[in-house]
Design a protein around this ligand. Structure first.
Ligand code: NAD
Ligand code: UDP
Length: 315
């Protein structure tokens, strides 16, 4: 069945991949974005498509549209961006969730929330399971993002309990791939661009902190699967690749794969930077039949090729 799907944050990294996937699957897509960290160039290839429509919209204001499904991805995801205007970040997660849940309630349609591994804060349980309540510093510099996303989850579950709304909550772990903004400050675009330029690789802290990186195409598969899942699948479901690497190892891999002459420079570790992060994805495996297969090396090679093309275009 052809559906009309609202994707908020659709001009961002994940949102643009999701819009493209939904168009390829034959659906109509309404992409709503305030272009704060996203850009229309990310969806330029979709603009001519009759099934695609872009609207400049900020989710902190109500949206009056008629659609069949909502994916709420609107929120800056890079610490550099979400910390630049922390009050706006909180409003985006909280007021944005209220507005979109209200829309979903009026239309009686399912709604997906792009939640995050940041729900777990600096976790004491490892790997992180959905049953772990997390350890977030409510007054720290990451709280605008972490607490905003936690509050959004609360709102989703209260709308579900109070209004029987069909909700889908995915806790997304670090995702990377072609289409990332080279300047958004996240570790993979930073390291690849530094390496391609033979500039020093900026390692924050000692680089012993860990992350688990999922290639974007596989993450998008999971978003589509969770939306298609039966009504009683509400999540939260961890969505990520459970292969954990230290940031040091990541830097070495990027240097090797790019054949770079870059050296490593050590920079102070930002406040509240989680020490370790790795998803337990058993629930997603059993509920969605989903588990990522693309290795970090393979995904990095495709991402390096993307940034090489971007650099060549800019010349
Ligand atoms: P991104 O910054 O590339 O995309 C976010 C998009 O939301 C941008 O297009 C931005 O312009 C838009 N936006 C921000 N505030 C808005 C507002 N008030 N109104 C309308 N649009 C707004 O980030 P991303 O990596 O694509 O992340 C997308 C979503 O997935 C976010 O909600 C993020 O929290 C979540 N997430 C991403 C990751 C990841 O590793 N990429 C991990 C966990 C969660
Ligand atoms: N990081 C780093 N150098 C950089 C950018 C990030 O060492 O140039 C580290 C950062 O401190 C964190 C990890 O890489 O420990 C992942 O950072 P990112 O901002 O990509 O995501 P998040 O911290 O939200 O997982």
């Amino acid at each position: 069945m052809v559906k009309k799907v609202l994707v908020t944050g659709g001009a961002g990294f994940l949102g643009s991949h999701l819009c493209r996937r939904l168009i390829m699957d034959g659906h109509k897509v309404l992409c709503a974005d305030n272009l704060s960290t996203g850009a229309q160039k990310n969806v330029a290839d979709l603009q001519q498509h009759t099934n695609f429509e872009f609207i400049h919209h900020d989710v902190t204001s109500a949206l009056h549209v008629e659609v069949d499904e909502i994916y709420n991805l609107a929120c800056p995801a890079s610490p550099r961006h979400y910390q630049a205007d922390p009050v706006k970040t909180l409003k985006t997660s909280v007021q944005g969730a209220i507005n979109l849940l209200g829309l979903a309630k009026r239309l009686n349609i399912p709604i997906f929330q792009a939640s995050t591994s940041e729900i777990y804060g600096d976790p004491l349980v490892h790997p992180q399971q959905e049953s772990y309540w997390g350890r977030v510093n409510a007054t720290g510099i990451r709280a605008c993002y972490d607490e905003g996303k936690r509050c959004a989850e609360t709102l989703f579950f209260d709308y579900h309990r109070q209004h029987q709304l069909r909700i889908k909550v995915g806790r997304i772990f670090n995702t990377y791939g072609p289409g990332m903004d080279s300047a958004d400050g996240r570790v993979i675009p930073n390291f690849i661009n530094q390496a391609l330029d033979n500039q020093p690789i900026t390692l924050y802290g000692q680089g012993t902190q860990t992350r688990s990186f999922c290639f974007v195409d596989e993450l998008i598969d999971a978003l589509v699967l969770i939306m298609q899942s039966p009504d009683d699948v509400t999540g939260p479901l961890n969505l990520g690749n459970p292969v954990e690497v230290s940031i040091n190892e990541l830097a070495q891999k990027v240097i090797k794969l790019t054949g770079s002459k870059s050296t490593i420079v050590y920079r102070p570790l930002p406040g509240d930077d989680p020490v370790q992060r790795c998803p337990d994805i058993e629930l997603a495996k059993t509920t969605l039949g989903w588990s990522p297969k693309i290795s970090l090396e393979k995904g990095l090679i495709r991402t390096i090729e993307y940034f090489e093309r971007e650099i060549a275009k800019a010349r």
